[in-house]
Design a protein around this ligand. Sequence first.
Ligand SMILES: N[C@@H](CCC[C@H](NC(=O)CCC(=O)O)C(=O)O)C(=O)O
Ligand SMILES: [Zn+2]
Ligand SMILES: [Zn+2]
Length: 397
Amino acid sequence: MTKETLATDPVANLSALVRCASVTPADGGALGALEAMLVPLGFSVERVTFSDDDTADVENLYARLGSAEPHLMFAGHTDVVPPGDVAAWSKPPFEAAIVDDMMIGRGTVDMKGGIAAFVAACASYIAENGPPKGSISFLITGDEEGPSINGTEKLLKHADAKGEVWQGAIVGEPTNPEAMGDMIKIGRRGSLSGIITVHGVQGHVAYPHLADNPIRAIVAFCNALLDTPFDHGTDTFPATNLEITSIDVGNPSVNVIPSKATAAFNVRFNDRWDAESLQMDIHNRLDQAAERLRSGTERPPVDFDITWKERPSPSFLTRDETLIAAMQQAVESVTGRTPKLSTTGGTSDARFIKDYCPVVEFGLVGQTMHMVDERVALSDLRTLTQIYRQFLDRWFA
Ligand SMILES: N[C@@H](CCC[C@H](NC(=O)CCC(=O)O)C(=O)O)C(=O)O
Ligand SMILES: [Zn+2]
Ligand SMILES: [Zn+2]
């Protein structure tokens, strides 16, 4: 294998990936581009498409180099969110244009950049040392930005059923708020979504005693969810937070009391809760608010129901000190900075991986993810490559 055939340049790797328009669930050739980088490095590549009811088929990739332990998994996604208003971009979102040492394009930071850097780190490791004394695998999905039904969760099950065992995993999502070296994610909050529906009685706005306005109750319910904090955070997690994401009555008239009102909400919860205890607390809050609405009035009981999104995400915390320390040392040795160990932000596919092996997350600076003109500094991409390379050196030492 000559050095020239190896994908050691993270910028070239990223250009190839960004040029594939892989908006979920489309692959746009992205996994093929990744396969073309991995095969010359000696990886055995398996491509697998998953299907499910009521959702699009999605392509995924699992690649492994080596058969011995320790086995390190690098996990991520090649799918990207839509570009939005293409005319608002300063360069086409799937061109990978470089301006002032920044590459502009959808997925540059979230998270084709992480994949490009990890491939480059593997290539440079192999060029210097030959194949590692152990194994490296890539577990890459095309369904992270979408419903996440035909992605990482199924790919892990598929690989596990074939006997794959990992000792640790890195997820390459953008974890740094402002600069490289800011933050490693060592866990994630849970996520729970629901919709409250209040059923009222439609009527004339000038004759409210003949109707039952559901907006009165939906406002009281939203306040009951927002007024009292769920907690004040724990040693390792920020406070649980609930956001109302939508309130709808679908009423175009000014003189009609609507028949129904709904409020959608999402809770990001810490390790004091699980989905069940949180659901119970929310039910209690709503029951008490309904009782308050009725007490001392002639009103009928509030008729409401709540539906939960089928698949809440659990919170989790990685407790593997060795894996965390290896990433921390790699970041410190390249950036000279001590990264914060954090559980802030959204959830990620690490919530599935944690059931198979310890997992940490480190990637690029996330400031422009999902935005128009998403972009990465080429220097950050090179820094990330060096950090992953340092990690590999430590892991396989
Ligand atoms: N689409 C998935 C889960 C959605 C995951 C999403 N994660 C992020 O935006 C990552 C941001 C970060 O790194 O902090 C979220 O938290 O909503 C599904 O529906 O399951
Ligand atoms: Zn992402
Ligand atoms: Zn994203």
